[in-house]
Structure formats: structure tokens, C-alpha cells
Design a protein around this ligand. Structure first.
Ligand SMILES: Nc1ncnc2c1ncn2[C@@H]1O[C@H](COP(=O)(O)OP(=O)(O)OP(=O)(O)O)[C@@H](O)[C@H]1O
Length: 238
């Protein structure tokens, strides 16, 4: 197997006295898309947070491209090549679309294409963003904000893209655009993707593999090519 881009081993996390992640092992091969599935509250967002560095790791190790990054701040991890699209998108409402995208450039550090501005491919992935580039973030629809949040993460030219429920509350035609864009990001840009997603149709159309969580642990992993969504549906139903 090719060396993993991301390797989690024995990872644990807690909010104060309350442990929410237990002994998580996960490896992501470069250029693959994996969906993190499971019911509400099982620890999916917390797991993304431990990879990005916004949540405390109480045990275990996060390795990115062979280097131990467990002790690095989120800022350093972003500069190392990890992009993050949080749940709720966190768009800056008083900045324009273009200014929001430019905030993503800082993550690039010395890496990436070296050009100064927002990479053109972001507007090829999301043409709507070009049309509305002077509009303030606070005036965008949910679908436009989601595209902007993904575009902003991509402006940092990440090698690993973490997304937290990108289809939540988004109308079906925009879900399709997001799916097509993510497919291009994986297949043409070679970016590795880890996406928290409850919508299994989307997962089975787009992701290579899935990883199911329950009670803060990974309880099952597999391939979307060899298993069906029906096999795991009981793991996401409430
Ligand atoms: N800031 C916090 N302080 C204390 N407990 C928290 C905090 N954030 C999350 N938790 C708890 O940690 C557990 C895991 O939450 P997490 O958000 O990671 O789950 P999730 O699977 O992403 O759920 P959802 O799909 O609802 O976002 C839950 O029991 C939750 O109540």
C-alpha cells in the first residue's frame, strides 16, 4: 500500500472530564475520498477537530505525510496542507466573496502554485462565485456559502481537505455541483478528502470508502464499491 497521507493511531479526545473519542485508528491513502458516517453525537466533528487541531488530543498520534503533527496549532497544520470546511461554514458576513476567498490564501504559506491571488481553478469549480465575487458573505444563500467555504479552504491549496456535512440544508441541484467539484478536486488535483456526511446517497456516489463511528469509536470501515449503502444504513439512522 502507498504510504498514507494521514495516519491516526490510538487517538482519544475529551471535553473536560468527558471522553468523546476512544482509540481511533484511521489511515487515508493519497488521492482518495473517505466518508465519516454515524448518528448525531457519535464524535464525527470532534474527530475532524483533532485532525485540524481545534480539539484536544488526550492520547494517541496524528501523522500527516509521515510527520507527527499532534502538537501543532491549527494554523501550522493549515500551512502544512490541511484544509477545513467546518459545519456551519463560518463565512465572514461583512467581507465580500473575494475577500473571504483571500482569507484562505494565508494557509498556503510557501507551498502551492506560488501565485499571489485566488487560484483560477476555484472559479472553474464554482462559477457562481465569480458572478457574486463583490457580494457580502452575509447576503449569500446557504448553497452559495457552502461553495464559498469550500473555495476558501481550496485557496490554501491543501493536500487533505476535511469537510463537515457539506450537504446539510443544501438544495439538491447545489449538492450536485458540490459533488462534481469535490470529484474534480480529488481526481484532477489529487487532494485527499475526509468528509463527515449523513446523506448516504451522496457518500455512495462520491466516496471511495466509508468509516462508521459509534460512541466515539470507529466501529466499521469499508469500500463503497464492494458494499451497499443499505448495508450500513442502520449505523446512521436515529
Ligand atoms: N464543546 C463541547 N463541550 C462538551 N461536549 C461536547 C462539545 N462538543 C461536542 N460535545 C459532545 O461530544 C460528543 C461528540 O460530539 P460531535 O459533535 O463530535 O458528534 P458528531 O458525530 O459530529 O455529531 P453531529 O452530527 O450532531 O455534529 C457529543 O456527546 C457531544 O455532546
Amino acid at each position: 500500500m502507498t504510504a498514507p497521507l494521514l495516519a491516526l493511531s490510538g487517538l482519544a479526545s475529551a471535553y473536560g472530564q468527558s471522553q468523546v473519542l476512544w482509540d481511533v485508528d484511521l489511515m487515508l491513502a493519497p488521492g482518495t475520498a473517505t466518508a465519516l458516517i454515524g448518528r448525531n453525537g457519535v464524535g464525527k466533528s470532534t474527530l475532524l477537530g483533532t485532525i485540524m487541531g481545534t480539539r484536544t488530543v488526550t492520547a494517541g498520534r496524528v501523522a500527516f505525510d509521515g510527520a507527527d503533527i499532534t502538537g501543532l496549532t491549527p494554523h501550522r497544520r493549515a500551512r502544512a496542507g490541511i484544509g477545513y470546511v467546518p459545519q456551519g461554514r463560518h463565512i465572514f458576513p461583512h467581507l465580500t466573496v473575494m475577500e473571504n476567498l483571500e482569507t484562505g490564501l494565508a494557509a498556503r504559506g510557501g507551498r502551492g502554485s506560488g501565485g499571489g491571488g485566488v487560484p483560477d481553478h476555484i472559479f472553474e469549480l464554482f462559477p457562481k462565485l465569480r458572478d457574486i465575487r463583490d457580494r457580502k458573505g452575509g447576503f449569500l444563500s446557504g448553497g452559495e456559502q457552502q461553495q464559498l467555504a469550500i473555495g476558501r479552504a481550496l485557496a490554501g491549496e491543501p493536500r487533505l481537505l476535511l469537510l463537515d456535512e457539506p450537504t446539510e440544508g443544501i438544495q439538491p441541484n447545489v449538492v450536485q455541483q458540490i459533488e462534481a467539484a469535490l470529484r474534480t478536486v480529488r481526481d484532477r488535483l489529487g487532494v485527499t478528502i475526509l468528509v463527515v456526511e449523513q446523506y448516504l446517497d451522496f457518500v455512495w456516489r462520491f466516496a471511495d470508502g466509508y468509516c462508521a463511528m459509534d460512541g466515539g469509536r470507529i466501529i466499521r470501515q469499508g469500500s463503497t464499491a464492494t458494499e451497499s449503502a443499505a448495508d450500513v444504513a442502520h449505523l446512521v439512522q436515529i
